[in-house]
Design a protein. Structure first.
Lengths: 176, 182
């Protein structure tokens, strides 16, 4: 009985430790497809856009590359759509699971400062841009693994201290 | 005669609009301000009411040709006065950047090197100060202060984001005191 209890406790501890450990970038590698909605302004505002997106995350020599294509359509008028593709390449930072965009520069010199980190099950990519006149934007992409094949994307843009846009998408790993 | 009156009226209207649109000079903010406010309910979900008393001193920094801002905050949770004052004081000095109305903290560094970055900008009646700090683990915070001149003093709006979430939002009304800081 005592042995069973000890084994049970050990299994629980192992499970907790596994949950607490940060994911590795390999866990995010793949092609992901999904959709969701975007809101403008405060988080309780109504959806203004529907979004369809493809994200490809791949390992490169000293880090990873992420390429994402998003089609944004007005909720009221689906004919008003636009498609945008973006790409970032990250190299390993000094700390484990922290990466820096290979093109990252100093924001106060007018360059984009971009970094990524993995915390728990979430790969976060953050970008700070300061315009010439001191106005600023922070853009955050939080990609959280629900399981091996499902991921939630939470996008947020903060402009001059106010949440300007948010989007939430559910994504599934594409089986190529 | 009617045409002259109309022309003068139009000129006056333009002058008024232009004066409203013009950005303040940093010297307009110099002074001592004191007042209080509360933590925004939306940012303090589930928290007890929190009142803050604040003093702000903005003075010239001649060596930097810019300005220094010092602010002290006393937190008051609930309606009772605390047995010990939970007071914090901060100070930053800014020098002009290469654009009018834009300033950079003299200690501001490169976020890529985990150095704190801070700048200030004046737009209309508002002096905004932004601080961004990223730790070695990639976690970060952004603190944004909007200090807007009012007829009697200053309106302060503070928002703090930690890893993309608003963790604190505070609104304070400060009155300008008679003390000279020049």
């Amino acid at each position: 009985m005592r042995i069973a209890l000890a084994l049970g406790t050990a299994a629980l501890l192992l499970a907790t430790a596994a949950q607490a450990a940060d994911r590795k970038i390999e866990d995010f590698v793949g092609r992901w497809i999904g959709s969701g909605q975007a809101t403008q302004g405060a988080s309780n505002s109504q959806a203004t856009q529907s979004r369809d997106s493809e994200v490809v995350i791949e390992k490169v020599a000293d880090g990873f590359k992420v390429v994402w294509t998003t089609m944004s359509s007005n909720v009221d008028d689906g004919s008003k759509s636009k498609v945008k593709t973006s790409s970032l390449t990250f190299k390993k930072g000094k700390a484990p699971n922290v990466y820096t965009d290979v093109k990252s520069g100093s924001a106060t010199d007018g360059k984009k400062t971009t970094w990524a980190r993995i915390s728990g099950s979430t790969l976060s990519i953050t970008q700070l841009v300061i315009a010439e006149d001191g106005q600023w934007d922070v853009t955050i992409y939080d990609r959280s693994l629900k399981d091996a094949d499902h991921m939630n994307l939470a996008f947020k843009r903060i402009t001059n201290g106010t949440v300007a846009r948010e989007a939430a998408l559910s994504m599934t790993r594409a089986k190529d | 005669m009617r045409a002259v009156v109309a022309a003068v009226a139009v000129l006056f209207a333009f002058a008024t609009v232009s004066a409203q649109a013009a950005d303040r000079k940093v010297a307009d903010f110099f002074g001592v301000y004191l007042g209080h406010g509360e933590v925004d309910a939306t940012a303090a979900k589930g928290q007890e009411k929190e009142t803050r008393f604040s003093q702000v001193v903005i003075r010239p920094a001649p060596a930097e040709k810019g300005f220094t801002i010092e602010w002290s905050t006393l937190k008051l949770e609930g309606d009772e006065l605390p047995s010990t004052a939970n007071t914090k004081t901060y100070s930053q000095t800014f020098r002009p950047a290469d654009k009018a109305g834009l300033f950079r903290d003299i200690t501001s560094g490169d976020l890529n090197l985990n150095q704190d970055t801070s700048w200030a900008v004046i737009k209309g009646d508002t002096l905004s100060i932004v601080q961004v700090s990223a730790g070695p683990d990639g976690g970060y915070f952004v603190a944004h202060y909007d200090r807007t001149l009012t007829p009697k003093g200053m309106d302060v709006r503070f928002t703090r984001f930690e890893n993309s979430r608003i963790v604190r939002a505070v609104h304070l009304n400060l009155l300008k005191g008679p003390a000279k800081v020049n």
